[in-house]
Design a protein around this ligand. Structure first.
Ligand code: TYD
Length: 127
């Protein structure tokens, strides 16, 4: 399984906490895009893999689960800390679910949005 759990340094003082994310430093690619998912429900998301895209997912508020599947092995991770992330390499099937009501899932991406990079059919992914 090509995935990696990342732990980011937290700069905390009595005013609160700060996490800094930098391309090719604590994020292992050039960050070309970021997006965030919020207002989630009991509906799962994802159900696709990417041909080339690499991503880091960080639950900056609340919690959710992510299932990663490289076609051989499946692993489930709980994301529930704003200083923890998971690096999802290309060609890994992902499903996100069990979102807390307050969940905000931040995603850093190595490429611009490109629908052609998606594999949305699980049997195509396995091939
Ligand atoms: P999708 O990647 O399917 O969401 P998830 O993986 O969370 O289930 O994206 C949902 C919709 O948003 C889909 O119509 C594509 C669009 N979209 C963009 O326009 N730009 C983006 O950067 C992303 C990630 C999605």
């Amino acid at each position: 399984m090509e995935e990696k759990q990342l732990a980011f340094d937290v700069i905390s003082d009595k005013r609160g906490s700060l996490v800094s994310l930098e391309s090719n430093r604590n994020i292992p690619f050039d960050i070309k895009r970021l997006y965030y998912i919020y207002g989630t429900s009991d509906q799962p998301r994802g159900f696709h893999a990417h041909k080339a895209l690499r991503q880091v997912l960080i639950c900056v508020k609340g919690s959710c689960k992510i299932l990663l599947d490289d076609g051989i092995e499946k692993r489930v991770y709980e994301l529930n800390l704003p200083n923890k992330g998971i690096l999802v390499e290309k060609m890994v099937w992902r499903e996100m679910y069990d979102f807390s009501e307050d969940c905000v899932l931040l995603v850093l991406a190595s490429e611009y949005y490109d629908e052609k990079d998606y594999i949305r059919d699980y049997s195509d992914f396995l091939k």
